[in-house]
Design a protein around this ligand. Structure first.
Ligand SMILES: [Zn+2]
Length: 431
């Protein structure tokens, strides 16, 4: 492409909306052919039925897990205290998100307007509206977050053609210990490991991935040499004066030991392992959730055939994640949560960073939606806008032909996840 034209376009592109309509394309001073080519990309991105590889359950309106009203949909993680709720309302992501939701509902652009619409319409109605507008054909739900009045995975199938399960491993371990507490079980590390592994095996064929929040439980650096004796002592500590709910959070040897057990199961059933990386809430030590800390596992030959998905674009460590995906065949990337929780600049940078080195077929969309149906809508809407913007720039920069940009959009928004998680259902069509 001619350099001066490229400059004119770059200047114009930066001043216009993300998805140029035909008038905007005129204003971009693109040649007619280039305008038509970008229209083709825009149409693909707008029309595609997306596949959401990572999200969570929606909950009833009167759930005790909703403590901050609708604003809570704009906070990150479970730690939605008063400060987090107040700060969220002054974020760029909230300002845009509120306008997007108000427009979808046809209400005035105010928190009160949207909350009133939600209250009058009810959960079923707004879920239907949000998921229809999101145009998502399949979702994979990590149902391991403890939430009051949580809807089961089956319930979500009323609104979406396909819903599958992701199993959060740390929660499985904690549930076994909680049940043991009720039954008066006394565990050894052997009997507990046996119960844990049997549980994973019993559901392995019904799920699409395992999920670990080991980043929250002390960080991504796994001790591959943890001994059974150390794990047993760690387990003993967990059980001293234990009451429900049990968290193994601060018992790192046990966490490492179970993580390695989970990898064995993942390997034997060829299940991907989703890994929380990057930002979260105050319970997380961000320094330790940089995916570079995961190197010991990535370098270990025993786990070289595992398939890891680094969630949340590993924000703010997106470039590091991209590098890892480019040198380790077992690393894949997912940008849910970074989209839609970051500013537009943050979302576009995150996806551009992921594509800095990583192969396109390893980068995947998800919403990381939870609790509020609007989080599905905002995740999908923003992802379409961001993926269009990123691929448009790759086209303008001469990195991708338009046909390649169109294929990349289909891969990132749907096909990569369908292939990776082996989703086969007559309810969804592969774009
Ligand atoms: Zn999540």
């Amino acid at each position: 492409m001619h350099f001066s034209l490229q400059l004119t376009m770059l200047f114009a592109v930066s001043t216009l909306a993300i998805l140029p309509n035909p008038t905007a394309i005129e204003a971009l001073k693109l040649t007619q052919e280039e305008g038509m080519e970008l229209s083709e990309l825009r149409e693909t991105v707008e029309e595609i039925e997306m596949v959401d590889g990572h999200c969570h359950n929606l909950v009833e309106f009167d759930s005790n897990s909703i403590t901050g009203g609708f604003v809570q949909a704009f906070t990150v993680g479970a730690f939605a205290d008063a400060d987090a709720i107040a700060f969220a309302q002054t974020s760029l992501s909230f300002k845009k998100g509120l306008r997007d939701v108000a427009e979808l509902y046809g209400t005035e652009v105010s928190l009160q307007g949207v909350e009133e619409y939600r209250r009058v319409s009810g959960l079923q109605s707004i879920t239907s509206t949000c998921l229809k507008a999101a145009k998502i054909s399949a979702i994979l739900i990590d149902d391991g977050i403890q939430m009051d009045k949580k809807n089961e995975i089956e319930w979500h199938k009323n609104f979406i053609p396909f819903a599958g399960r992701i199993l959060r491993t740390e929660r499985v371990a904690e549930q076994i210990l909680e049940q043991g507490l009720s039954n008066g079980s006394s565990w050894t590390i052997d009997s507990f490991t046996e119960a844990y592994v049997s549980k994973l095996r019993s559901v392995a064929k019904e799920i699409y991935a395992l999920k670990s929040i080991v980043a929250y439980y002390g960080g991504l650096e796994i001790n591959l040499n943890v001994t059974k004796t150390e794990a047993e002592e760690s387990l003993r500590q967990v059980l001293i004066n234990a009451t429900k709910p049990i968290y193994i959070l601060h018992h790192r040897n046990l966490v490492d030991y179970l993580f390695l057990q989970s990898l064995e199961i993942a390997l034997s059933y060829d299940l991907p392992m989703q890994i929380h990386t990057g930002f979260g809430d105050r319970l997380l030590d961000l320094r330790k959730s940089n995916p570079l800390h995961f190197r010991s596992v990535l370098e270990d030959q025993r786990y070289s055939k595992c398939r890891f998905v680094f969630l949340h674009a590993s924000h703010p460590f997106s470039k590091e994640a991209s590098y890892l995906a480019s040198v380790y065949s077992q690393v894949y990337l997912d940008f849910g949560l970074a989209i839609p929780k970051l500013s537009m600049h943050g979302m576009i940078s995150a996806v551009k960073d992921l594509l800095t080195l990583a192969p396109i077929h390893k980068v995947m969309f998800s919403t990381d939606a939870y609790t509020f149906p609007e989080t599905f809508y905002l995740g999908a809407k923003n992802s379409r806008e961001v993926v269009f913007s990123v691929l448009r720039d790759a086209y303008i920069d001469g990195e991708l032909l338009i046909s390649e940009a169109v294929e990349a959009a289909k891969d990132i928004l749907a096909r990569n996840a369908i292939r990776f998680y082996k989703i086969s259902s007559s309810n969804i069509t592969v774009p």
